[in-house]
Design a protein around this ligand. Structure first.
Ligand SMILES: [Zn+2]
Ligand SMILES: [Zn+2]
Length: 173
């Protein structure tokens, strides 16, 4: 319904607001022993996933340490997920919280493992956006539910059974 003067996705005249993919952290100094801990506080946009939207950027807090030749990342990620209830299709808003406790080997052996599960870490660049995306998705519940005992939709008339009875309620097959 909106008559959008604002809607036209104009070319990049916006004032240097960087989009995703620029959330890279240089951990070189950390690995060089120059720093004990590297703290990252960032807001990371999370990409839509199977119908679940993330309207606000995730609030990411990470603390990185380099211990015994491994990069330890601890912290938390919080984001609001929005999507249809699996059962009744009403929109649901849900807070997702992911505890972060990860270890990465910044020097993956000379084999150069092509399956190195982390494209998160490339050389001494850590892609915080990739990391956040993966962690948020793995923290997602299997399906969003508006409530644990959602009654879903009537299979006959499609009415939302949470909001009242429909007339087919007595028919049993
Ligand atoms: Zn529901
Ligand atoms: Zn019905």
């Amino acid at each position: 319904m909106e008559k959008g003067s604002a809607g036209v996705a104009g070319p990049s005249s916006c004032d240097g607001f960087e989009m995703a993919r620029s959330h890279k952290v240089d951990i070189g100094g950390l690995m060089g022993g120059g720093r004990q801990v590297l703290v990252v506080d960032d807001l990371i946009p999370i990409e839509e996933f199977e119908g679940t939207r993330f309207p606000d950027p995730a609030v990411v807090h990470l603390e990185m340490r380099y211990i015994d030749h491994l990069l330890h990342i601890e912290g938390a990620i919080d984001v609001r997920a929005e999507g249809p209830c699996d059962s009744c299709l009403e929109d649901v808003v849900r807070s997702i919280h992911a505890d972060v406790d990860e270890r990465f080997d910044p020097h993956p052996g000379s084999e150069g493992d092509p399956f190195g599960e982390n494209n998160v870490l490339t050389g001494d660049r850590l892609d915080v956006a990739d990391l956040a995306q993966q962690l948020v998705l793995s923290a997602m519940p299997m399906g969003l539910r508006c409530k644990d005992d959602c009654k879903g939709l009537c299979g006959i008339c499609g009415a939302n059974k949470n909001t009242g009875e429909c007339t087919c309620a007595e028919v049993e097959s």
